[in-house]
Design a protein around this ligand. Structure first.
Ligand SMILES: *[C@@H]1O[C@H](CO)[C@@H](O)[C@H](O)[C@H]1NC(C)=O
Ligand SMILES: *[C@@H]1O[C@H](CO)[C@@H](O)[C@H](O)[C@H]1NC(C)=O
Ligand SMILES: *[C@@H]1O[C@H](CO)[C@@H](O)[C@H](O)[C@H]1NC(C)=O
Ligand SMILES: *[C@@H]1O[C@H](CO)[C@@H](O)[C@H](O)[C@H]1NC(C)=O
Ligand SMILES: *[C@@H]1O[C@H](CO)[C@@H](O)[C@H](O)[C@H]1NC(C)=O
Ligand SMILES: *[C@@H]1O[C@H](CO)[C@@H](O)[C@H](O)[C@H]1NC(C)=O
Length: 282
């Protein structure tokens, strides 16, 4: 098993004005099904995460001030009381709490956070759920990244990933055919020779603001200064209403919605994961 990764070029990492500020990523499940988000840090000495999120539920993930990592959703999971089990898509081994990246196919939200935030959604390892990444109250070029359409509708049969006979995800061409051309390796291992293919173009058409292959160009350069993000599963990108946890308050945009439950999940601040259940209205 291998994990293809997108190459991020970071030209400048400005010195962070206040290194004591941690960042909060609010994770929302707007899907009709239960999902099990997984989190891993790029620096593998930092702990990862994983938890269940029912439809309409929200979790807050507090990162250290400088953090890089990925967040994805697992589907069709079944875990026992020891948090051991498997998922139809996105499994990180057999554990609820992830220490390794998810098994493709999975759509992935990627972050490199310090003074300036770099973020994107990658379909380089395939697609399992729509994900959008929305910065809250950021300064700079802070557009919404991600894929909000159901790519399954346009997934060709040879890429369709099935579980119990049901189409549950769309694999990347690299993952299926493992060729140099589709995987941007060998003589295709640079941005000049690795160009869009008929398969990556299907991904790009369905999800223009997500990475469709390893050397895909971001649709816009995102250089945003912010401390809060919303990672939303199955939400439209044009949705104006978003909520995020900021300075011990919930900051929301847009119209009133039904009540839902938030888990304040603060792994890094207290080292041991704790879950506090609160009621929020948004
Ligand atoms: C990874 O995190 C550990 C613990 O915070 C830190 O000591 C180490 O320098 C980090 N490594 C890198 C490459 O950032
Ligand atoms: C954990 O779950 C996997 C998959 O369901 C199973 O193969 C394995 O035996 C389980 N391990 C333990 C310790 O229960
Ligand atoms: C993509 O191109 C390959 C060969 O160039 C061809 O075999 C395949 O059928 C094409 N697939 C689609 C979905 O166009
Ligand atoms: C968002 O886009 C969807 C379809 O793309 C459309 O039906 C909906 O009206 C849009 N919502 C807003 C608030 O623009
Ligand atoms: C929240 O509302 C403000 C003011 O209306 C707007 O500038 C900002 O872009 C909105 N943020 C989101 C995430 O929709
Ligand atoms: C992040 O959330 C924590 C509570 O989990 C809160 O204490 C802190 O102020 C928040 N940080 C920011 C920058 O909003």
């Amino acid at each position: 098993m291998h994990y293809s990764t997108k190459i991020i070029l970071i030209f400048t990492l400005l010195s962070r004005a206040n290194l004591s500020i941690s960042m909060n990523i609010t994770i929302i499940n707007n899907c009709h099904e239960t999902i099990w988000p997984g989190i891993t840090a790029t620096n593998t000495t930092l702990p990862g995460g994983g938890f269940v999120l029912k439809p309409g539920e929200t979790a807050i993930y507090t990162t250290p001030p400088v953090w890089g990592g990925r967040i994805w959703g697992r589907t069709g999971c079944s875990f026992d009381k020891n948090n051991n089990g498997t998922c139809q898509t996105g499994s990180c081994g057999t554990s609820l709490i992830c220490t390794t990246p998810g098994t493709p196919p999975a759509s992935i939200a990627e972050f490199t956070l310090s003074d300036t935030a770099f973020y994107d959604v990658s379909l380089v390892d395939g697609f399992n759920l729509p994900i959008t990444v929305t910065p809250i109250q950021g300064k700079g070029e802070c557009s919404i990244a991600g894929c909000d359409t159901d790519l399954m509708v346009s997934c060709p049969p040879e890429l369709t990933f099935r579980s119990d006979g049901k189409a549950v995800a769309c694999r990347s061409a690299c993952n299926v055919f493992d060729s140099d051309e589709y995987c941007c390796k060998g003589m295709y291992g640079n941005p000049v020779t690795c160009v869009p293919t008929n398969y990556s173009k299907i991904f790009k058409t369905a999800c223009p603001v997500a990475y469709s292959y390893a050397y895909d160009d971001p649709t816009s350069i995102i250089t945003c200064s912010t401390t809060d993000f919303v990672v939303s599963f199955c939400s439209p990108r044009n949705q104006t209403q978003q909520c995020s946890y900021h300075d011990n308050k919930l900051v929301c945009n847009g119209s009133t919605r039904s009540k839902s439950t938030a888990y304040i999940w603060s792994l890094f601040m207290l080292f041991v994961p704790i879950i506090i259940q609160t009621q929020i209205i948004y």
